[in-house]
Design a binder for this molecule. Structure first.
Ligand SMILES: *Cc1c(COP(=O)(O)O)cnc(C)c1O
Length: 222
C-alpha cells in the first residue's frame, strides 16, 4: 500500500525543473492512477481511447491527458474531445483529420510528431529523414499546433544504442525549433520510459513517460 504514491514522489524528486512526468496509464486501474495523482502526477498518458474515456469520467480535468498510443483516424473525434495533447502524430493524413475534427469543435490541440528514431521497420513514427518535410507540410493546418517531438527510441538493452537514438531525436528537435514554422511552437521533447528515462534526461528530454517504475509490472505480464 502506498507504493505507487511513493514511487511517483521519488521519480518527481529526481526530475530536473522544467521536466514533465507523464504517467503511462495502460493496464492500470483508476485507483492506481489516483494514487499516482496523490503522489503529485499531473499528466496521464493513455494508449487507448476507450480506456481514457473510462478514466477521464472518474478523474476529469484535475490532470492533463496525453494520447501516447497509435491513433486510428476513426478515433480522432473522441480523442480531441478528451485529450490535451496528442504525442503520436505520424502521418499527414492523421494530422489533417485531427485538424478537421478540431476545426469542427473550435479547439486547437498541441501535437508532437512521433519519430521512428531507430528506423525500425514495422514501427510507428516518421523516419528521421522525413521529419522536417513533414513538419513543414502540416504547418498550414491552423487547428493543430506542432509543439515538439516524441520517440520510443530503440528496442535495445544497450545504453549507448538507446542514447544514440535519443540524440538523433534531440538534434531534429533543435533543427525544428530554428525553422520557426507557422502554427508551431517547438518546446517539448518526449522521450524515455522506466528503463531509459535517466538517459533521455541526459539527452535533453523534457517529457518522460513512465509506467512500470511507478506501478510495477502490468499484472498480465507478471
Ligand atoms: C507503456 C508506455 C510507456 C511506459 O513504459 P514503461 O516501460 O512501463 O515505463 C511509455 N510510452 C509509451 C508510448 C507507452 O506505451
Amino acid at each position: 500500500m502506498g507504493l505507487v504514491k511513493d514511487n511517483t514522489e521519488r521519480i518527481l524528486r529526481q526530475l530536473p525543473p522544467g521536466v514533465q512526468l507523464v504517467i503511462a496509464g495502460k493496464g492500470r486501474s483508476v485507483s492506481e492512477l489516483l494514487e499516482a495523482i496523490d503522489g503529485g502526477a499531473k499528466i496521464i498518458g493513455e494508449n487507448y481511447v476507450r480506456d481514457a474515456e473510462v478514466a477521464h469520467k472518474e478523474i476529469g480535468k484535475k490532470v492533463q491527458w496525453h494520447f501516447i498510443g497509435h491513433l486510428q483516424k476513426n478515433k480522432v473525434k473522441k480523442t480531441v474531445k478528451i485529450f490535451d495533447m496528442i504525442e503520436t502524430v505520424d502521418s499527414v493524413d492523421l494530422a489533417q483529420e485531427i485538424n478537421k475534427r478540431c476545426a469542427a469543435a473550435d479547439k486547437t490541440i498541441p501535437i508532437l510528431l512521433e519519430v521512428n528514431s531507430a528506423r525500425e521497420p514495422g514501427k510507428t513514427g516518421v523516419m528521421p529523414d522525413n521529419v522536417i518535410a513533414f513538419a513543414v507540410e502540416i504547418s498550414c493546418l491552423p487547428y493543430i499546433k506542432l509543439a515538439g517531438l516524441m520517440t520510443m527510441g530503440a528496442l535495445s538493452d544497450d545504453i549507448e544504442t538507446t542514447r544514440h537514438y535519443f540524440n538523433v531525436t534531440r538534434q531534429l528537435f533543435e533543427k525544428l525549433k530554428q525553422l520557426r514554422l507557422s502554427n508551431s511552437d517547438i518546446k517539448y521533447l518526449s522521450m524515455g520510459m522506466s528503463d531509459s528515462y535517466q538517459i533521455a534526461l541526459e539527452e535533453g528530454a523534457n517529457i518522460v513517460r513512465i509506467g512500470t517504475a511507478i506501478f510495477g509490472k502490468i499484472k498480465s505480464e507478471v
